[in-house]
Write a protein that binds this ligand. Structure first.
Ligand code: HMG
Length: 364
């Protein structure tokens, strides 16, 4: 995980905007927001995360580098190409970016997984990076849901963190204008409330698609997300994960022909989803990386007790496409995630004032 060196306290932002802080802390579930300065672009964040992920790994094993991003630095040359050069990775490898809003990193992950599962990779491994700077601009409704960062993942046989259930996924795609960023614009355009509706519609279809596959493969006996030890969702802001989980529980109730119990669903959110959110609440939206920031935070907090247990994941990219998938936590996960030193990464940051944040926003 790599994050910018500076962050804003979300209460400072609420006070500066004349908004009741409860709207940002309780209403959106935010605590802090990463603020990237001009030198911290998508490339530098990606390269920093990749350097950390590759510590102790033989780079000559790599045969594929994919960067998922929607905030690249060039219309043609991919972020992956810069990272490949900066890290002096092997020449004999495929190197490219994948883009579909926040789903771009998952597209890279699925490509890497299926490349390995097909046998085409032989003994080679893949490096998949999600790197983005989420930016809506000051004085917008999206302002408290900005953020930035990168996540790098090594994808290989015999994984140390999580073994994905290859081929057991549910996808959902529709052509919608919920969020977009026209060429030449720095700030994303968004129809905020509609984007929430699109996300909720997508998670229902993708989750049901996964359920069908999971039953067919014998991973679960019948529909019901309680069979997953934890669920991680794409987290544009933390409250969205709660909305998503209630939607999944609503699907379960409908498919079981029973009434939706909101109190039980809220309790299930606390047990199954909340443990993945503290890290997200301190960084903000990382677009492609947001689901994986949640996953990293969950493993950092609970990998020991989750060993050999299955978790569900939902990736959403506006526009839109999405995928629900699952994987089993490795018994070595606690040891491996400790190497990411997440507490140190966050502790090294500096809290900045609103004036400094607005100065940086005017520069980038
Ligand atoms: P808004 O319209 O200003 O906020 O912006 P609101 O009025 O909807 O209030 C937000 C919540 O705070 C509500 O809770 C209020 O009740 C509550 P909810 O009804 O939703 O449960 N609230 C309070 N709570 C406690 N104390 C108070 C108080 N006041 C209000 N005093 C919006 C919200 C999300 C629309 C805005 O921030 C936005 O546009 N964000 C960007 C878009 C976004 O994040 N969309 C998410 C889905 S799309 C997605 O995830 C893809 C994305 O990551 C991009 C990609 O794929 O590349 C965005």
């Amino acid at each position: 995980v790599a994050v910018p060196r500076r962050y804003l306290d979300i209460v400072d932002l609420a006070v500066a905007r004349g908004v009741d802080p409860g709207k940002y802390t309780q209403g959106l579930g935010a605590r802090e927001m990463a603020v990237a300065e001009p030198g911290e672009d998508t490339v530098s964040l990606a390269a920093t995360a990749a350097t950390r992920a590759l510590a102790g790994i033989d780079r000559s094993e790599l045969g594929l580098l994919v960067v998922g991003t929607e905030t690249g630095v060039d219309h043609s040359k991919p972020v992956a190409s810069f990272v490949h050069g900066l890290l002096e990775l092997p020449r004999a490898m495929r190197v490219y970016d994948t883009q579909h809003a926040c789903y771009g990193g998952t597209a890279g992950l699925m490509t890497a997984i299926e490349w390995i599962a097909s046998g085409a990779a032989g003994n080679r491994a893949a490096l998949v990076i999600c790197s983005d700077i989420a930016r809506y601009g000051i004085h917008t409704a999206g302002e408290p849901t900005q953020g930035a960062g990168a996540i790098a993942m090594v994808i290989r046989r015999d994984p140390a963190l999580l073994a994905l259930d290859v081929g057991v996924t549910g996808a959902s795609s529709t052509h919608v204008h919920d969020f977009w960023r026209p060429l030449g614009m720095r700030e994303a355009q968004v129809d905020g409330h509609y984007s929430v509706e699109c996300y909720l519609d997508a998670v229902a279809t993708a989750y049901r698609g996964w359920t069908v596959q999971a039953i067919a493969r014998g991973l679960i006996a019948s529909p019901g997300c309680e069979q997953l030890a934890r669920l991680c969702y794409h987290v544009p802001f933390c409250k969205m994960a709660k909305k998503a989980h209630l939607q999944v529980r609503r699907c379960d109730a409908e498919d079981d022909g029973i009434a939706f119990d909101e109190v039980a669903a809220a309790a299930s959110f606390e047990r199954q989803v909340a443990p993945s959110l503290p890290l997200c609440s301190r960084i903000g939206n990382v677009y492609t990386g947001s689901l994986y920031v949640g996953l990293a935070g969950l493993l950092d907090a609970q990998a020991g007790e989750l060993a050999d247990r299955r978790i569900g994941m939902f990736s959403y990219g506006s526009g839109c496409t999405s995928e629900f998938f699952s994987g089993v936590v490795s018994p070595r996960a606690a040891e491996r995630i400790a190497e990411a030193r997440l507490a140190d990464v966050l502790a090294a940051r500096e809290r900045i004032s609103i004036a400094e944040y607005e100065r940086i926003m005017a520069l980038t």
